[in-house]
Design a protein around this ligand. Structure first.
Ligand SMILES: [Zn+2]
Ligand SMILES: [Zn+2]
Length: 309
């Protein structure tokens, strides 16, 4: 918004001209003279703001004023402010990979500035006629306001960039090797700084959402490593040994007592997932269930029944 334009004035108009134009327009669009007319009310507010911007530029300094001089005319980046610079990728690994940690190569769809237009979206420019290429307009001694017509660039685009289809960026896959540490929890989010979209000087992060799926008999439940084990009915009735193979392929023998119910959970110390910031592991939880009876079990049941048990 150029406040001079809103008041129907030239950029170099005097304060007297500003006062006169403001009074005339404010009178014309005053809500009291246009009851219920939303368009007039909007216009009235615009006129007031335009007047304030010219008369009291200090009130508008925070968003628009530069301390001491300009750098490159492209220092101010406006097209990308509404975009999320972070890239989120969903990654699925199995519980064995989470247990040991794993290296993965992933493709990251990143946006990078278009090399043709350097992210400006335009391939040709002309000098801004409002600020004459300065990017700012002087409002008072030592007070410069960013030019609203060119957004402070000093130039306005005259030809849309064809290479990036007027988006300012190119989207391409970047291959990235990542190391997933041992002991990741299901649904964890890993943040890789600076691996997201690049919007000119500003670079976002890559967020990896890790889903952990079962592997064989192993799975995660409430962040604990679990394994389903089946044992014959006879073991549940009379007690006996159960073998549990952990993810390191070590076999652990666990004794169970007679008349143990099916579905019992056994904890095997220090054989679960790596604890955070630690060398220690949590427990492996073995859920023991009765095997579908085979002929031996059935014979045994018959014998037990005959014995009156
Ligand atoms: Zn481009
Ligand atoms: Zn300008």
């Amino acid at each position: 918004m150029n406040p001079y334009q809103i008041l129907g004035l030239q950029q170099n108009s005097s304060i007297d001209d500003v006062e006169r134009a403001y009074k005339k327009l404010a009178f014309q669009f005053h809500p009291d003279r246009n009851p219920g007319d939303a368009e007039s009310e909007k216009k009235f507010k615009e006129i007031q703001e335009a007047y304030d911007r010219i008369k009291k530029p200090e009130n508008f300094q925070t968003e628009n004023t530069f301390g001491g001089g300009f750098n490159s005319p492209f220092d101010i980046i406006f097209p990308f402010f509404n975009e999320d610079p972070n890239v989120t990728i969903n990654l699925t690994i199995n519980v064995q990979e989470a247990y040991f940690g794993i290296n993965k190569t992933i493709q990251v769809p990143r946006k990078t500035p278009c090399s043709q237009c350097m992210g400006t979206k335009f391939s040709a420019f002309s000098t801004c006629s409002t600020c004459l290429g300065q990017g700012a307009v002087k409002r008072a001694p030592n007070v410069h306001i960013r030019c609203r017509d060119c957004h402070g660039n000093g130039k306005t685009g005259t030809k849309k960039c064809e290479k990036c289809h007027f988006t300012g960026h190119i989207k391409e896959n970047t291959e990235l090797s990542i190391k997933l540490p041992s002991g990741l929890k299901d649904n964890s989010i890993l943040r890789l700084q600076g691996a997201g979209h690049q919007f000119r000087e500003f670079v976002g992060d890559l967020l990896l959402k890790v889903k952990i799926v079962p592997c064989g008999k192993y799975y995660l439940a409430n962040d604990e490593l679990c394994i389903n084990i089946e044992a014959p009915l006879s073991t549940f009735i009379s007690g006996g040994d159960i073998e549990i193979t952990d993810l390191d392929n070590d076999v652990i023998v666990v004794k169970i007592l007679p008349q143990t119910p099916s579905g019992t959970k056994l904890r095997v110390k220090n054989k679960g997932m790596l604890l955070p910031n630690s060398e220690n592991r949590s427990d492996l939880i073995a859920i023991i269930n009765v095997q579908v009876p085979n002929i031996t079990d059935i014979n045994m049941l018959v014998q037990l029944k005959n014995l009156g048990i």
